[in-house]
Design a protein around this ligand. Structure first.
Ligand code: NAI
Ligand code: MG
Length: 496
C-alpha cells in the first residue's frame, strides 16, 4: 500500500503493522467487528489507503463494556495499588522500547513530522504513564474531625469511579490515549477506549502492549469505529460510569446529552481560540518565534493553538512581518521526510474545513500576510497563514479553525486587549509576552483560560493540570487534579 514508495528506509515494524488488518481488543482478545465491517485509514501525505480498521459499533461497545465491568468487579479491583503501578510502569517501558515504531505509525496515520512524533508525542506519552504509575500508590482519603467530638469516627475513602468510556481525537492520537488511560488505570478504573476514526493505529498498537505488559483481561478494551455509531453507543451506555471526551465543542454537547440517561460522570476537553498577547516591552525575537510555534505546531491542529495573536500597536508591523517570515520559512511536506517542518492536515475533511475558513476570511476582507492557500497536488497540505485586517465579528476571528491559520490583531492598551482576548466562547489557553513581571501576573489573573503561558507556549508536563474555562470543557486532565475525574469519595461515619 504505497509505504515503500513513501520512504524506503521506514521503520520495518511500523511497515509490518500497517499490513495487518485492524481488529478490536476486548478481554485481551483481538477480533473483527461483530458486523464484520472495516473502513480505511489514509496516509494524509498522499491520500492513499494506509490500512484497514475494524468498524466497531454498538454490539462491540456492549461486549467491551461488559468485559470492563467484569474486570472491574474482579481481578482489577483486587489487585494492590503497587501492582497496578508496576503494570503501568511496565507499559511505559514497552512503549519506550518500541518508540521508533510508534513515532512512525503516528506520522503515517496523522501526517505530523516524524521529528515531532519522536520528540514530542511518544516521549510525552511515556512520561505520562510513568507519572501516573507513581500515583497508583498515593490515592488517599482523610480522617475528619466532625461535630460531637468523641461520639463519632469519620473518614473518607477515595474509590475508582468504575467503568470508563474514553473517546479521543486525531490530533495527538497516542498522547491523548495516554492522557486518558494512565489516570484511569492508576485510580483502578477499567476502560473502553474509542480512538478517532482518522487515526486508530497507535491506539491499536498500544492495545497490544497492554496485553504484553500483563494487564488482566477486560481492563483495557479498544473499540475502533466512527463517532456517530461506536462513540455515541459508548457515551450513552447505561453500564458506563463515566465518559471522558476530547474533541469538538459540538460533539461535547452531544456527549452530555447522551450521558443524561444514566447520569454518568462527564469530563470534556474541547475547542479553543486562544489569545496570545505580545506587549511592546517583550523580547521581540522570542515573541515572534514563540507566536509562530504557538499556531503552526502540529499544523495548527491543536486545541490550545495560539490562533488569535494580539500585538501592541507600536510593534505590530514588526511582529507580523516576523511571524510571516517564519511562516514562509516553514518547509511543508510529508511527515516521514526528516527535512519536513510541517506535515499535511489529517484528512480531506479537515483540509476542506480549513480552506473554507481561508475563503470566508478573504471574502470578509481579511488579508493574508503569509500563505492563505491550499497547496495543490496530492495530500492534504495547506500553507501556514497569517491573516491581518480582520474584524472582531469575522468567522476567522471567532471560530476554531484547527489549521495553521493565525489572525493578527493590533491593540492600544492592556484594558482593550483584555476585553478582546476574553471575547470568546472558549477559554482553553492563553499567552503573554512581556518583560514586565508585574504586568504578566496581573494579566494572567484576568485571562479567562485554563492555561496561561508567560514568555512561552505549548509547555506541557504530566504534573500540570490542563483543561478549559467556558465552552472549552469540564474538568482538568493531568496533574493530581485528574484523579478527581476518575475517583469518587465515600464518607464513612462510625458511632463510637
Ligand atoms: P469530533 O469531535 O467529531 O471527533 C472527536 C472524537 O469524537 C472522535 O473519536 C469521534 O469519533 C468522536 N465522535 C464524533 N461524533 C461523536 C458522537 N456523536 N458521539 C460520540 N463520539 C463522537 O471532531 P472532528 O469532526 O474530527 O473535528 C471537527 C473539529 O473539532 C475540528 O475542526 C476542531 O475544531 C475540533 N477538534 C478539537 C479537538 C481538541 O483537541 N479539542 C480535537 C479534534 C477536533
Ligand atoms: Mg465530527
Amino acid at each position: 500500500m504505497g509505504i515503500a514508495s513513501i520512504a524506503p528506509e521506514i521503520n520495518s515494524a511500523a511497515a509490518q503493522f500497517v499490513q495487518k488488518k485492524g481488529k478490536i481488543l476486548i478481554n485481551n482478545q483481538w477480533s473483527d467487528a461483530a458486523s464484520g465491517k472495516t473502513f480505511p485509514t489514509y496516509d494524509p501525505a498522499t491520500g492513499e489507503v494506509l490500512a484497514q480498521i475494524a468498524e466497531g459499533d454498538k454490539a462491540d461497545i456492549d461486549r467491551a463494556v461488559s468485559a470492563a465491568r467484569k474486570a472491574f468487579n474482579g481481578p482489577w479491583r483486587k489487585m494492590s495499588p503497587s501492582e497496578r503501578g508496576k503494570l503501568i510502569w511496565k507499559l511505559a517501558d514497552l512503549l519506550e522500547k518500541n518508540q521508533e515504531e510508534f513515532a512512525t505509525l503516528e506520522t503515517l496515520d496523522n501526517g505530523k513530522p516524524l521529528t515531532i512524533s519522536k520528540a514530542a508525542d511518544v516521549p510525552l506519552a511515556i512520561d505520562n504513564f510513568r507519572y501516573f504509575a507513581g500515583w497508583a500508590t498515593k490515592i488517599e482519603g482523610n480522617t475528619l474531625n466532625i461535630s460531637s467530638p468523641g461520639k463519632y469516627f469519620a473518614y473518607t475513602l477515595r474509590e475508582p469511579v468504575g467503568v470508563v468510556g474514553q473517546i479521543i481525537p486525531w490530533n495527538f492520537p497516542l498522547l491523548m490515549a495516554a492522557w486518558k488511560l494512565a489516570p484511569a488505570l492508576a485510580t483502578g478504573c477499567c476502560v473502553v477506549l474509542k480512538p478517532a476514526e482518522q487515526t486508530s493505529l497507535t491506539a491499536l498498537r498500544l492495545g497490544e502492549l497492554f496485553v504484553e505488559a500483563g494487564f488482566p483481561e477486560g481492563v483495557v478494551n479498544v473499540v475502533t469505529g466512527f463517532g456517530e455509531t461506536a462513540g455515541a453507543a459508548l457515551a450513552a451506555h447505561d453500564d458506563v460510569d463515566k465518559v471522558a471526551f476530547t474533541g469538538s465543542t459540538e460533539v461535547g454537547k452531544l456527549i452530555l446529552k447522551a450521558a443524561a440517561g444514566n447520569l454518568k460522570k462527564v469530563s470534556l476537553e474541547l475547542g479553543g481560540k486562544s489569545p496570545n498577547l505580545v506587549f511592546s516591552d517583550a523580547d521581540i525575537d522570542a515573541a515572534v518565534k514563540g507566536s509562530a510555534g504557538a499556531i503552526f505546531f502540529n499544523q495548527g491542529q491543536v486545541c490550545c493553538a495560539g490562533s488569535r495573536l494580539f500585538v501592541e500597536k507600536g510593534i505590530f508591523d514588526r511582529v507580523v512581518e516576523g511571524v510571516s517570515a517564519q511562516a514562509k520559512k516553514i518547509r511543508v511536506g510529508p511527515g516521514i521526510d526528516p527535512k519536513t517542518h510541517m506535515g499535511p492536515l489529517v484528512s480531506k475533511e479537515q483540509l476542506d474545513r480549513v480552506c473554507g475558513y481561508l475563503e470566508s476570511g478573504a471574502k470578509e476582507g481579511a488579508r493574508a500576510a503569509a500563505g492563505g492557500k491550499k497547496i495543490e497536488g496530492k495530500g492534504y497540505f495547506v500553507e501556514p497563514t497569517v491573516l491581518v485586517d480582520t474584524k472582531p465579528h469575522m468567522k476567522v476571528v471567532q471560530e476554531e479553525i484547527f489549521g495553521p491559520v493565525v489572525t493578527a490583531i493590533p491593540f492600544d492598551n492592556v484594558e482593550d486587549v483584555m476585553v478582546e482576548a476574553n471575547n470568546s466562547v472558549y477559554g482553553l489557553a492563553s499567552g503573554i509576552w512581556t518583560k514586565d513581571v508585574s504586568r504578566a501576573h496581573r494579566v494572567a489573573e484576568k485571562l479567562q483560560a485554563g492555561t496561561v503561558w508567560i514568555n512561552c507556549w505549548n509547555v506541557f508536563d504530566a504534573s500540570l493540570p490542563f483543561g478549559g474555562y467556558k465552552q472549552s470543557g469540564w474538568g482538568r486532565e493531568m496533574g493530581h487534579d485528574v484523579l478527581e475525574l476518575y475517583t469518587q469519595k465515600k464518607a464513612v461515619v462510625t458511632a463510637i
